[in-house]
Design a protein around this ligand. Structure first.
Ligand SMILES: Cc1ncc(COP(=O)(O)O)c(C=O)c1O
Length: 252
């Protein structure tokens, strides 16, 4: 399986030359813009430039609402929390991904459940996920429960891996049927073009040093649901109470 995946990736490169993973090539325009931003005294977690970046990113990625964060991992953790992942629940994800996908669930006290990937693609298998749900889970009014452990299935995380896009339509359809929120781990997938028609999407992105769009470090949570992003923005501000400087109304 690995050989066929590697060959597929190699076939997309223009030459046989080694492509370094972490190197950074900054164009003159990018350097000039960076210097300009430093000059504006707004290299900060707040401010106009952050909002500008969020707007550009959101529209580029085809979403309606977005929040910039400090890493893909914290975007995963925050988004899963906002989507309702709680302690002792189960988060379904592909058996092949970067470790951060599983870590984010574990940080919330949830348990990652690894579902097989497609035979020749590094992507969560729709068929395997569906048979896990049909054979091992049951539908309840409050959502989906794993029969043997009695634990709630609180999220499904399809991952965009190594340039491949998961079958999103199928996952969002299953999520709706089983009342399970879907969060796409699109850390590696900025620029992916999704032709399928999906009403509501939630995705996280990473801008660390080996990503397609890099900022040294950084991440984002994008969604078509304004409420989710408002809640995420609140928690990301350490849950600062409205209009107050050093009062907090929950653990952010
Ligand atoms: C699939 C996947 N998920 C999550 C992450 C975590 O992103 P970050 O390194 O920005 O925390 C990465 C990248 O490192 C990744 O490749």
């Amino acid at each position: 399986m690995y050989t066929s995946i590697l060959n597929r990736i190699r076939s997309t490169a223009d030459s046989d030359q080694w492509i370094p993973l972490f190197s950074t090539k900054l164009s003159k325009e990018v350097l000039e813009r960076a210097l300009q931003l430093f000059g504006e005294d707004e290299v900060s977690t707040r401010g106009r430039n952050r909002l500008w970046f969020e707007e550009e990113l959101t529209s580029f990625a085809g979403f309606q609402h977005g929040l910039a964060l400090n890493s893909g991992t914290s975007a995963l953790q925050l988004a899963l929390r906002i989507l309702g992942v709680e302690e002792s629940s189960l988060v379904l994800m592909p058996s092949l991904s970067y470790m951060a996908t599983a870590n984010a669930a574990i940080y919330l006290g949830a348990e990652p459940v690894f579902i097989d990937v497609e035979e020749n693609l590094p992507l969560l298998s729709v068929e395997k996920l569906e048979s896990f749900l049909r054979l091992e889970c049951a539908k309840h009014e409050e959502g989906c429960f794993h029969i043997r452990s009695k634990k709630k299935v609180s999220a499904i995380v399809p991952v965009h891996l190594l340039g491949e896009i998961p079958n999103l339509e199928a996952f969002y359809h299953l999520g709706k049927e089983w009342k399970i929120p879907i969060l796409e781990d699109q850390a590696q997938g900025i620029g992916a073009k999704v032709d399928q028609k999906i009403d509501h999407r939630n995705s996280i992105f990473s801008f660390n040093g080996n990503k397609l769009l890099k900022a040294g470090g950084g991440g984002a949570f994008l969604s078509s649901d304004a409420d989710l992003i408002t809640k995420a923005r609140h928690l990301a501000s350490t849950a600062r109470a409205r209009g107050e400087d050093y009062l907090y109304d929950e653990i952010g």
